[in-house]
Design a protein around this ligand. Structure first.
Ligand SMILES: Nc1ncnc2c1ncn2[C@@H]1O[C@H](COP(=O)(O)OP(=O)(O)OP(=O)(O)O)[C@@H](O)[C@H]1O
Length: 510
């Protein structure tokens, strides 16, 4: 590849993957996959959960070794054995879970580990400023990363790969955490960079977005390439059909099932962190048969609200009632036993034991209740049987329940968690981003399960960055901003744009 500041366009394809096969015990993740990416295009990879998208990108980025097949970058055959080699070949990857050091500045995060190029002084600072200008980012190089919102953190991740000389950039579901306005900004950056000759590989489940930003879309199904299409020549419906062979489903509330039986009542909840208020005087109720959606840009207190309700974070003031009983002083386990199901935001850290088999993961958080425990002893047979049920009902694609949770694709891990948390007849489900990273078919499946549980009287507190999901499923929407519930929106009339505006601080009701 050329080593000048900007990539060349035209000529050989940026990336050619041919006949890539990769198997894991019991699973063929990629089977004879072909992918050709032109220099200077945005190339989207779509496909169901477990279709093999991440595996293919990890192979390109040197995190996995293929069993067979070849990789050509800029026309030259490459054996990429590690991310360091991929970076040397001009390939960068922005992961879904950001990998930044919170207590360092933007500049330090970008330069750390790549001091060789421009040192750590004025030259490095100048180079970062140049790259930021090209990408259209307004960055404050000396700001601490911990003070940044999600969109800015993502910009730092992008700058990191640009700084290391990447010309081919893999983005793994970059829009999952962004509000519509931020998505537009990211797309403006990608277009500007593409016009400079950079090449992007973009994994996404949001088909409308993919059509808006991609030049070419390649669809994978069950580990193989279904085909590549020009983005302007395919409808979302057509794409969904390529992916799953069925129509594109939409979230639907269905008829109201809201009752007057209050299940959750949070009153006057406030809490702070290092002296800084993170939740201020929050009042919130959810009734049986009702879905209350919480809208908000990430980092405005949603995580803290959920943690406070779950008893995972001390509060300065306020009470939590479940079905009329005060549970403010109870531990997280006791709250779960009282009837709260919990789909956490971070499935790796809080939702799963990655190095344990699926059936052990069924027990997590439920260890004192049937059918996985007699109350006194764990019941592995009961846990295995109920895990088989979840795998079946929630269509968790896995070779079996004895494999470790780490071996499941992201979307299938999420289906397992949702299945587990809807087990045991909860009164309340707290669902933080329940379909994040889940494909359109599986998403429709999870929505259907939520709707059915709601019809049977489940109260749902739904936190989601997917505004279509919030609008489509909620009976009421409350907007969170800087730790307060500042506005309410009627899901039957509000548009995603209006909701997005309310989330970024417009005070009036949306
Ligand atoms: N380290 C691993 N060990 C065992 N199996 C794995 C491993 N990584 C992936 N797999 C399996 O390979 C298949 C493809 O997974 P991959 O993560 O590539 O899918 P994906 O298309 O990215 O899915 P998602 O949209 O859910 O993230 C899945 O069946 C998955 O269970």
């Amino acid at each position: 590849m050329n080593t000048s500041a900007e990539p060349e366009t035209g000529g050989a394809p940026a990336v050619e993957l041919s006949g890539i096969t990769k198997t894991f015990p019991g699973v063929v993740a990629n089977s004879d996959v072909n992918l050709a990416v032109r220099t200077g295009e945005v190339h989207a990879l779509c496909g169901e959960n477990g279709a093999g998208k991440s595996t293919l990108m990890k192979i390109l980025y040197g995190m996995q070794t293929p069993d067979s097949g070849s990789i050509r970058v800029g026309g030259e055959e490459l054996r990429v054995k590690s991310p360091a080699e991929a970076i040397r070949a001009g390939i960068g990857m922005v992961h879904q879970h950001f990998m930044l050091a919170d207590n360092l500045t933007v500049l330090e995060n970008v330069v750390l580990g790549a001091e060789g190029a421009h040192g750590i002084g004025a030259k490095a600072r100048k180079r970062v400023a140049e790259l930021a200008a090209q990408a259209g980012f307004e960055v404050r190089p000396d700001a601490l990363v911990e003070s940044l919102g999600v969109a800015d953190r993502q910009r730092v991740e992008i700058l990191k790969v640009l700084y290391r000389g990447a010309e081919i950039i893999i983005l793994d579901e970059p829009t999952a955490v962004l509000v519509p306005q931020e998505v537009d900004e990211l797309f403006a950056t990608l277009r500007a960079m593409r016009d400079r000759g950079y090449t992007f590989l973009f994994i996404s489940h949001k088909l409308d977005e993919v059509r808006a930003i991609a030049d070419t879309i390649t669809v994978l199904r069950r580990g193989t390439t279904v085909g590549s299409v020009t983005a302007t020549e395919v409808s979302s419906r057509g794409l969904a059909e390529m992916m799953v062979g069925s129509e594109l489903p939409a979230p639907e509330r269905g008829p109201s099932t809201v009752t007057d039986r209050q299940v959750l009542a949070v009153s006057g909840m406030s809490c702070s962190e290092s002296g800084r208020p993170v939740l201020a005087d929050v009042d919130l109720t959810v009734a049986a048969g009702e879905v209350v959606g919480i809208a908000g840009v990430e980092g405005n207190g949603q995580t803290e609200l959920v943690e406070a309700i779950m008893g995972m974070r001390p509060v300065d003031a306020g009470t939590v009632q479940l079905g009329g009983a005060d549970i403010t002083e109870r531990s997280t386990l006791r709250r779960r036993e009282a009837g709260i199901g919990y789909v956490p935001e971070d499935r790796h850290r809080q939702g799963l034991l990655l190095d344990q088999p699926l059936w052990m993961n069924r027990i997590l958080g439920h260890q004192t209740r049937r059918p996985v425990s007699s109350g006194r002893w764990l019941d592995p047979a009961g846990a295995r049987e109920d895990t088989e049920r979840i795998v079946e009902q929630f269509d968790v694609r896995t070779p079996g329940i004895e494999v470790d949770a780490a071996a499941l694709s992201g979307g299938n891990q999420q289906k397992l968690i949702v299945g587990r948390e809807l087990s045991g007849d909860p009164k309340l489900l707290i669902a933080a981003h329940p379909t994040r990273g889940v494909d359109v078919g599986a998403q429709a499946g999870i929505w259907e399960h939520l709707r059915n549980a709601r019809a049977e009287g489940l109260a749902v507190l739904l936190i989601s960055a997917d505004l279509d999901e919030l609008i489509g499923l909620s009976d009421r929407i409350r907007v969170m901003f800087r730790g307060r519930l500042v506005a309410d929106a009627d899901p039957t009339t509000v548009t995603p744009e209006e909701l997005g505006a309310a989330m970024t601080g417009a005070q009036e009701s949306a």
